[in-house]
Design a protein around this ligand. Sequence first.
Ligand SMILES: [Zn+2]
Length: 401
Amino acid sequence: MRQNSAGNNKFLKEFNQAILLDLIRIHKGISKADLAKMTGLSPTAAGVITASLLEKGYIHETGTGESKGGRRPVLLELKPHSFFSIGIDMDVDYMNVLLIDITGEILFEKAMNMPQNDDFEKTVTRIEETVISIMKEFKISHDKLLGIGISIPGIIDSISGKVVLAPNLGWSDVDLPSHFNRLHGVPVKVENEAMASAICEGWVGACQGIDNFVCINIRSGIGAGIYTHGKPYRGVAGSAGEIGHIVVDENGPKCGCGNYGCVETMASTGRIVEQAIKVVRQGSASCLNLLEDIDHITIDQVTEAARNGDEEAGRVLAEAARYLGIAISSLVNTLNPEKVVIGKDFVKYADLVLESIKSIVARRALQYPASRLDIVQSSLGEKASALGAAIIPLKVLFGRS
Ligand SMILES: [Zn+2]
C-alpha cells in the first residue's frame, strides 16, 4: 500500500510539474499566482513546483509583472538553452539533423548526404557520431539532452516502437534505439516521417489549434500523418497513413507493395524524375535535353525547367499533381479533415501545381467535406520531419505526448 501511495504521489508531482511547465511555455512570462489560478492548485503548491522547476533549470525569472495590489509578481518563462533535443530525419540518401532547445528555438541544422550502400550498423554509427559531435560542439551533457527523435520512412509499431518495415532503407523488424550503445540512456523515440511532420505542423506549423488534419509528404515515397481530435491517428498497430498505396490507375506501373498504379508510383519524386528522363529519351522538345547528365536529372532541374515555361517539364509535374489530387479526394471523403498540408519535395513545385490540385479535389471529392477543407503547402519545407522528431521529447516533458 505504502509503495502504491508513493508511486501515486510521484506520478501526481510529475503530472503537475508537466502542466505548470506547459503553461509557462504557452504564456511566456507568467506569475506563480496566475499559474495557481489556472490550474486550481493552491498558491503554496504552485510555489513548491515552480521552485523545483527553477532549481532543475527548466525555467527562469524574467522580471516582474504589473501589481494587482501588493508586491509586483515575479514572472517565469522557459530558460533558453537549458535543455535540448535532437531530431533526425532519415531517407535513403540523406539525413537531416536538427538541434532545438527547450523553447523550440532551432540552434543547429544540417542536411547530410548518406552513401546509399551504408548497411544498418554503419547507419547506427553515423547517427551516434552525429549526435555526439553536436553535443560536443554545443557543450551539452547527457542529462541536458531531453531525448532524440528519429523520423523514418516506414511503418513503426506504435506499441513496441520497433521499425516494422522501412522498404526504402531496407530495414525490417528493427529495434533501433537498442542499437545505440554510446548515447548512455538518452531516450530515443522512432517515428514515421509523415507523422513527424504532422507533429511539427501541429506544434509550430500550419495546423496549430487544428484538431483534424493530414500531412502528406512526397519524396522517395508518399505517406501521410493523420491527426484526429487533436491526437495522432495510428490505427490498431501503427500503419495508418500509408496513403502512397491508394491505387489511382489500375494500369499504372507495379508498386513495391505488389499492386499496380499506387499513387506512390504515379506522383512521387522518383516518378517525376523518371518521367522527365523519358521525355528526354523520346526526344521531345524540352530544355531538359540540354542537360549533361540525363540519367541523373534532379527534381530541382525539372521544377526549374517547368518554372521557366518548359511545357514538357510542366506536363510531367501536372500529371503527378493530378494523381495526387485523386488520392487526396479519397482521403477527404474518408477523413473529412479541416486541413491537408503537403510537404517535403512538394514545396519545390507547390506554386506550379497547388491550385490545380485544389480544383481536382473540389471536383472529385464530395462537396460537403471538400467545402470545409483547406489544402496548403508546408511552410516548414524539408525540415518538418526533423523538427517534428526533435519536438517529440519536448512534448513528453510538457505532458503533451
Ligand atoms: Zn503500393
